[in-house]
Design a protein around this ligand. Structure first.
Ligand code: PMV
Length: 335
């Protein structure tokens, strides 16, 4: 019988942003993220006897040649790390629980689910124990931010002297010592625009190479990593809010001052940001925002403020579609 494994893996939302890379997908600065719960990909890999075509990829039960070619290229790039890739053809099926192009990083959940399947198959074939570090490192080669999704809760990626065992090769779990309030944080995503991004993240990373402020930005992220980690250990939510919002705006500022310049936020993005800040000032409820590389706004808040914050969102953002998510436990093996 053909060997088959199946994993589900969530997306993640960065608090400290990875923006700028070098070499084989190494980050120019460390990043920290929340792994989400509901927004996930489910992927199965069936190893079949070697045929002419290496990869047959089905997304939502439909053959997808474009993604299939991207995965084939990815597999060819990692054969030195997983020898068995040379010996089989791959029948891959994948689905997402969240709609396409909603600002939720599908490449993060897709590549982390794929990497978990690959590492799991390697373990079965060689009778070894699954290594999350190896899965993270392989996920990184598919999409940088995907390497953080192999851990639940809080994850960080990128070498810094401030965090033991941190590495540019793979992400690590950052859950030990983190205040419990952050372990059940909520993330409601306000969909401002569901269209495909006008600038891909790989083009965005590349523009950092010629951005005159990039060195300053990498240093800022390095300092923010240390400060955010401290704030998350001590449960200092005001400091958490300050850094998370600064990181989001700093990311978008970099886009605006790159050459060529691009603006991914929309007037509605600013409207929502202002509403969140107003609500926070008026009520002292510790709600804040972050942005991915797009116009949609992630509203972050502690679980124990859910009722008030959701009332606020339902009232102020009633014209927008909202996807509700929260911090989750990471990938799960299904088969
Ligand atoms: O993993 P990539 O290459 O799609 O880059 C992700 C970049 C951001 O989502 C903007 C930030 C991050 O750290 O996830």
């Amino acid at each position: 019988m053909n060997k088959i494994v199946e994993w589900e893996s969530p997306s993640n939302i960065a608090l400290i942003k990875y923006w700028g890379k070098y070499g084989v997908q190494f980050p120019k600065n460390p990043s920290i993220s929340f792994t989400l719960n509901n927004s996930k990909s489910t992927t199965s890999i069936e190893l079949i006897p070697k045929k002419n075509n290496k990869v047959e990829f089905y997304f939502d039960k439909k053959l997808n040649k474009e993604f299939g070619l991207r995965i084939e290229k990815y597999l060819n790039n990692i054969t030195s790390k997983l020898q068995f890739i040379n010996d089989y053809s791959f029948y891959i099926r994948s689905t997402n629980t969240f709609p396409h192009s909603t600002g939720i990083a599908s490449s993060a959940s897709a590549f982390s689910a794929l990497a978990m399947c690959l590492v799991d198959l390697d373990c079965e074939l060689n009778n070894t124990i699954l290594s999350k570090k190896k899965a993270s490192s392989l996920a990184r080669l598919g999409s940088g931010s995907a390497c953080r999704s192999v851990y639940g809760g809080v994850a960080m990626w990128g070498k810094t002297q401030d965090i033991d065992n941190s590495s540019n090769e793979y992400a690590i779990s950052l859950n030990n010592g983190i205040s419990s309030i952050f372990k059940t944080y909520c993330d409601d995503i306000v969909i401002v625009d569901a269209d495909k991004k006008s600038v891909s993240s790989s083009a965005g990373h590349k523009l950092m190479d010629t951005n005159p402020y990039s060195t300053e930005k990498y240093n800022q992220a390095l300092v923010n990593t240390r400060l955010l980690y401290n704030a998350m250990q001590t449960g200092d939510i005001s400091e958490f809010i300050r850094i998370v919002e600064l990181e989001a705006l700093s990311l978008h500022s970099m886009m605006m001052i790159s050459n060529p310049s691009f603006i991914l936020i929309k007037p509605e993005t600013i409207y929502i940001i202002n509403k969140i800040r107003e609500f926070r000032n008026d009520t002292d409820i510790p709600v804040c925002f972050t942005l991915d590389a797009g116009p949609n706004v992630h509203i972050l808040y502690p679980d124990n403020n859910k009722i008030e914050v959701q009332e606020f969102i339902n009232f102020e953002m009633k014209n927008f579609r909202i996807i509700s998510d929260y911090v989750g436990k990471g990938p799960v093996k299904l088969r």
